[in-house]
Design a protein around this ligand. Structure first.
Ligand code: NIG
Ligand code: FE
Length: 416
């Protein structure tokens, strides 16, 4: 198998000799770093790393990092990047004073994207999503979750999930597919929400499972969208088909979504902008990972998820982008780091743990992704010349990625 050696690494960040499946509470303040290091990959796997004095003499390909830093690729555990077009007209509505919920109530928002997706071919959807994947890779992401949820009919949900499967097969990004039929009630089911939930349980979930198109099941369990009882029913049905929940909860109200997610063994509960001590206490007695989406709070002017309180309670906080056309048209995880530091008052070390090891865990990928460790996937990027790790979130619009390696292959080569 071909070998790739990165030598003269100034700082090899998040390098673990005993890989942790998740990082909780106070441990999130610690970031393991090897100074003056080498990193050796064989095929798509990390083979060894350590002090430069112990580096192998050569390899099939050698990159001299010249003192620059190597970071593990971000894992983005919450995205909606398969969608048609964009919704900047609603951006203007928001500037003029409408809220996200008001736009949704008028039949805009998710329903606008659903209408456009219905009119867009599978090939065209793939093409548009590919542009977004390439952009995410360029900004340092190596693994992500992608949700359906702009189909809202069996046929269109399957169309979205087939696009996600094609992205899995044709891009170097590690992708997990998440079935989100319960993203909104489609226009033709207005006033008949219970019947739409029947359709999801009786037709969509079996069809998705039949084609093995999804790894996870998601529900937008929130004020004005799906209730706790409906969520429970859909998660129960999903479980029968082997779909683990990763759900949207507490973005718009204290919805009970955290509790129902925990009850059904959700891998993560995401958003949590409206979280009280009750939800934090519930999470403390579970394996469910609380995931903040600071880009959404920034873009919609919502409160930021109280992640500092969650960390103080000993929880493993994850942070993802939520890249979607309505509430977060950005998949830049470095900006998520900056928002975490500036708006949520996390330290850079806490924010990096939240976007690497803990998001890998929220994707069910902690054995293979999220850190530099022997046996894990060779997914990392080499930075441009930067003075410190803290500079990464500090320089909040500077592109600091020089060279991207995914699955042991050089995907983008900068000047090192
Ligand atoms: O996570 N909150 C629900 N879903 C997305 C937004 C989807 C959209 O507006 O298109 C979110 O923010
Ligand atoms: Fe989302």
């Amino acid at each position: 198998m071909p070998t790739l050696l990165i030598k003269n690494i100034g700082q090899l960040v998040q390098a673990e000799t005993s890989p942790r499946p998740r990082v909780c509470g106070d441990d999130m303040s610690h970031l393991p770093i090897v100074h003056n290091a080498y990193l050796l990959c064989e095929g798509d796997t990390i083979k060894a790393f350590g002090d430069m004095s112990e580096a192998p003499a050569t390899a099939d390909t050698v990159i001299d990092a010249k003192g620059r830093f190597v970071m593990p690729s971000f894992c983005d555990s919450h995205t909606h990047i398969v969608y048609a077009g964009s919704r900047e007209h609603e951006f203007i509505d928001k500037i003029n004073g409408l809220s996200y919920e008001e736009i949704a109530r008028r039949g805009g928002g998710i329903l606008n994207s659903a209408k456009l997706l219905h009119e867009t071919s599978e090939d065209e959807l793939y093409r548009q999503a590919l542009v977004r994947i390439r952009e995410m890779i360029h900004f340092g992401t190596g693994a992500c979750d992608i949700k359906s949820g702009y189909g809202l009919s069996t046929e269109d949900e399957l169309k979205m999930l087939r696009v996600i499967r094609r992205l899995k097969e044709t891009t170097p990004m590690t992708i997990r597919a998440n079935f989100l039929g319960a993203h909104a009630v489609p226009a033709e089911y207005k006033g008949r929400q219970a019947e739409y939930v029947d359709l999801i349980c009786e037709e969509m979930i079996p069809a998705v499972a039949e084609e093995k198109l999804a790894d996870f099941i998601d529900v937008f369990c929130d004020t004005g969208f799906f209730t706790v009882e409906e969520t429970a029913r859909m998660l129960e049905t999903g479980a029968k088909y082997g779909l683990r929940p990763k759900i949207h909860a507490n973005e718009l109200g204290v919805s009970g979504g955290v509790q129902v997610g925990v009850k059904y063994g959700a891998l993560s509960v995401d958003h949590l902008e409206r979280t009280t001590e009750v939800e934090i206490e519930c999470l403390r007695h579970s394996d469910t990972i609380p995931t903040g989406l600071p880009g959404t709070s920034f873009f919609l002017n919502l409160p930021f998820t109280p992640v500092k309180e969650m960390i103080a309670a000993g929880l493993p906080v994850a942070l993802a982008s939520d890249y979607n056309p309505g509430s977060t048209p950005s998949g830049n995880m470095k900006f998520v780091l900056s928002l975490a530091c500036i708006k949520m008052r996390l330290t850079p070390a806490q924010a990096i743990n939240a976007t690497t090891i803990n998001t890998a865990a929220a994707l069910g990928l902690s054995g293979s992704h999220g850190s530099i460790a022997v046996g894990k996937r060779a997914n990392f990027y080499i930075t441009k010349d930067i003075p410190s790790v803290d500079f990464i979130p500090y320089a909040y619009t500077t592109d600091i990625v020089d060279t991207v390696v995914l699955n042991g292959e050089i995907i983008e080569r900068g000047d090192c």
